[in-house]
Write a protein that binds this ligand. Structure first.
Ligand SMILES: NC(=O)c1ccc[n+]([C@@H]2O[C@H](COP(=O)([O-])OP(=O)(O)OC[C@H]3O[C@@H](n4cnc5c(N)ncnc54)[C@H](O)[C@@H]3O)[C@@H](O)[C@H]2O)c1
Length: 296
């Protein structure tokens, strides 16, 4: 048990309630996202589960509703690998909700074989970074109107191995599926950094999260990692434990001045590449160009 405790990491201890608050969380039909959604629903929020597979989403929502007695757990279709789907989700959400207090960019893919999305983006970059970049951009006005509000981006300790290869962002010249994940997770930290800078004074704050090494289905594309995950399963965090840092960043009081990268419910250090303001700004501009976002 003491070894388990060592690996379990921090626990979100705030007793903040969320009655009247609205939350969007991506990829919450399973894994860390589902546990995060469950706790937010337990605290009274209206929770939008934004996911690719609506049937799986409905089944998660029913389970959460039964568990928390909160009927305001709603499912909406969102495929982050398709900019049309992201725009359609945002349009629908903005039409039905006048407020948004917490956006959790949780969905992610890992170790996908090389592939491009309908928009021509490499899949890790598309789902993990560009999709959430566009979603956040489309919902930012509503977040600002609802301030104080927060944006939580699920990154990973894997960002330490990442690099933003501006000369080959889509991996056309060189592709390694492990590094493609690391690059996209570094992009999450740099996005958070630049977003925090641009949101100063708006009442919207933003955090990047490493949830820990968690017993989820994220490794489904790799036989080897599935095997390793199973072997080391007792030492991995449960999805409930993995949700704690996202919850801490979404809820804890007094976190506003600490915008940054969190793990085990504490602010922690990022790689030197993730602290580079020039790279963060350039990635922001390139992402806008790729997504056809007009900057003011
Ligand atoms: N599990 C870990 O050890 C670990 C470690 C570090 C970071 N993370 C990060 O935590 C986040 C959650 O991962 P998890 O461990 O719960 O994995 P998971 O595979 O259980 O959950 C990922 C979710 O993302 C969704 N998703 C994938 N592609 C999508 C798309 N195109 N559109 C919409 N949704 C899509 C999946 O359907 C799933 O619901 C990810 O961003 C991951 O990178 C996980």
């Amino acid at each position: 048990p003491s070894i388990r405790k060592f690996f379990a990491g921090g626990v979100c201890r705030t007793d903040v309630q969320l009655f009247g608050k609205v939350v969007v969380i991506t990829g919450a039909n399973t894994g860390i996202g589902k546990e995060t959604a469950r706790e937010l629903a337990r605290r009274g929020a209206r929770v939008y589960i934004a996911c690719r597979d609506v049937l799986k989403g409905e089944s998660a929502a029913s389970e959460i509703q039964a568990d928390t007695k909160n009927s305001q757990v709603l499912v909406r279709k969102l495929d982050l690998s398709d900019t049309k789907s992201i725009r359609a989700f945002a349009e629908g959400f903005l039409a039905e909700e006048k407020q948004l207090h917490i956006l959790i960019n949780n969905a992610g893919v890992m170790l996908c074989p090389y592939s491009k999305t309908a928009d021509g983006f490499e899949t890790h970059l598309a789902v993990n970074h560009l999709g959430h970049f566009l979603l956040t951009h489309l919902l930012l006005g509503r977040l600002k109107e609802s301030a104080p509000a927060r944006v939580v981006n699920l990154s990973s300790v894997a960002h330490h191995l990442g690099k933003i290869r501006f000369h080959d962002l889509q991996g056309d010249k060189y592709y390694n599926l492990g590094f493609a994940y690391c690059h996209s997770k570094l992009a999450n930290v740099l996005f958070t950094r630049e977003l925090a800078k641009r949101l100063k004074g708006t009442g919207v704050t933003t955090y990047a999260v490493h949830p820990g090494i968690v017993r989820s289905k994220l490794v489904r594309h790799s036989f080897l990692l599935c095997l390793l995950w199973r072997l080391f399963s007792p030492f991995l965090k449960t999805t409930w434990e993995g949700a704690q840092t996202s919850l801490h960043c979404a809820l804890a009081e007094g976190l506003e001045p600490l915008s940054g990268y969190f793990s085990d419910c504490k602010k922690t250090w990022v790689s030197p590449r993730a602290r580079n303001n020039k790279t963060a700004e350039r990635l922001w501009n390139v992402s806008c160009e790729l997504l056809g976002i007009q900057q003011e």
